[in-house]
Design a protein around this ligand. Structure first.
Ligand SMILES: *Cc1c(COP(=O)(O)O)cnc(C)c1O
Length: 392
């Protein structure tokens, strides 16, 4: 079997063993979203509903088609847009509803996809955080007409950069296959650069070397040497970068086949550690995600709301606890000029709050060490009661 086919086969195991013909591989996850929108004929004058707490590359893909992203504020306890709020945002121009399983916490995807079906609107799941998790007994990514996934460094399993889609709607799938004829191929330079970075990650980056390599990585990122998640134009404008519509390279496929094998173990570790954090935070009366959300979630990141993020991040670095700051704005990582992406942040207070106060606890390293750290910075962490008061 060809490598591409066996990679799709591995992926389909986490999508109810669906037909590999419905899985499509791309250079990045955002490209998969763009392909879905183009294949659905979405363009000028159309509206696409999106949660107001996402990555900027999501509205970018929408804007590149000529359509308009219409944002919906999140519910503070799910970090997702609720069905009720989405319903209010539907107009006669709405062509697609995008729901997202933020941090792996899928929520209401069954009801939202049902709502879309009733209104004859396309449903798309941003499953970039949730691959491998389930919601009400079904795999994330299988409720909507289409779903897209990311295999970027920080996602459920990695190919360096990369992404794929699963198109359950047969008519749409035929159109995606047609659209994919326009894909360009990664240049040799891009492939070599990615291969080098994958090699470095695999051989040099361990728990022991992490903190020594952080300054080097930051320097390389600042100078655009690392193949980062987003290039300059993607975070400064809504203009489509050159060679955006690009397929997945062999380098990525090979790395994907290797890394997806580790996914069951990783999912188990992340889930166990998420449970440990929840139990601990509840005991300490600190904020934690709603228990009702847990089900069989993938838990890519463990969210915690803090009063002073900079302070907490600085103290964590001193104690060598690797915290994340995802998502650090309504359109991560954008901090200003949201109007470029058709967003007026005043309308989305819950997403703005989450963006200002969110940190992520590490799910693949020593939980006890992180617990100790949390105790030491307790004064900077919102209590569960404070969060409930704020959300009234
Ligand atoms: C990472 C991410 C994406 C995009 O994935 P890429 O593979 O980097 O294009 C989209 N949406 C969300 C919420 C993400 O976190």
């Amino acid at each position: 079997m060809k490598k591409t086919e066996s990679f799709k086969k591995e992926i389909s195991k986490y999508l109810n063993n669906s037909d590999p013909e419905k899985i499509h591989l791309y250079w990045k996850g955002r490209v998969a979203l763009y392909a879905i929108l183009k294949a659905a004929g979405i363009g000028r004058g159309d509206e696409v509903i999106v949660p107001a707490y996402t990555c900027v590359v999501v509205p970018n893909a929408i804007l590149y088609t000529g359509a308009i992203p219409v944002y919906v504020d999140i519910d503070p306890d799910t970090f997702n847009a609720s069905k009720q709020k989405i319903e209010k945002a539907i107009t006669k121009n709405t062509k697609a509803i995008l729901c997202q399983n933020t941090f792996g916490l899928s929520s209401q995807v069954d009801e939202i996809s049902e709502l879309a079906r009733e209104r004859d609107i396309l449903s798309i799941e941003d499953c970039t955080h949730g691959f491998g998790g389930k919601f009400r007994g079904k795999f994330n990514g299988t409720y909507c007409d289409a779903a897209f996934f990311s295999t970027q460094w920080n996602k459920p399993f990695s190919t360096g950069v990369g992404g794929f889609s699963y198109i359950s709607n047969a008519a749409l799938n035929a159109k995606v296959i047609e659209e994919n004829r326009n894909l360009c191929l990664p240049s040799l330079i891009k492939k070599i650069s990615l291969a080098i970075q994958l090699f470095i990650r695999k051989t040099l980056l361990t728990d022991r070397t992490y903190w020594t390599l952080v300054p080097l990585y930051r320097m390389l990122s600042r100078n655009n040497i690392v193949l980062g998640s987003s290039s300059g134009t993607e975070i400064s404008s809504a203009a489509m970068p050159e060679k955006y519509f690009m397929g997945m390279s062999k380098v990525q496929v090979k790395s994907g086949i290797r890394n997806i094998r580790r996914l069951p173990d990783l999912l188990q570790i992340r889930k166990n550690n998420a449970e440990k954090y929840t139990r601990f935070l509840r005991e300490q009366e600190l904020n934690h995600p709603a228990e009702a959300l847990f089900d069989d979630h993938a838990f890519l990141k463990y969210p915690l709301l803090v009063k002073d993020r900079l302070k907490v991040m600085a103290l964590a670095e001193k104690q060598k606890v690797s915290l994340g700051d995802w998502l650090n704005s309504p359109l991560h990582p954008i901090q200003e000029q949201f109007d470029i992406w058709n967003m007026n942040t005043i309308e989305f207070p819950k997403a703005v709050f989450a963006g200002q106060h969110m940190i992520n606890l590490p799910l693949e390293s020593d939980v006890d060490k992180t617990k100790k750290f949390i105790i030491s910075v307790q004064e900077y962490i919102y209590s569960q009661q404070e969060i409930e008061e704020l959300n009234k």
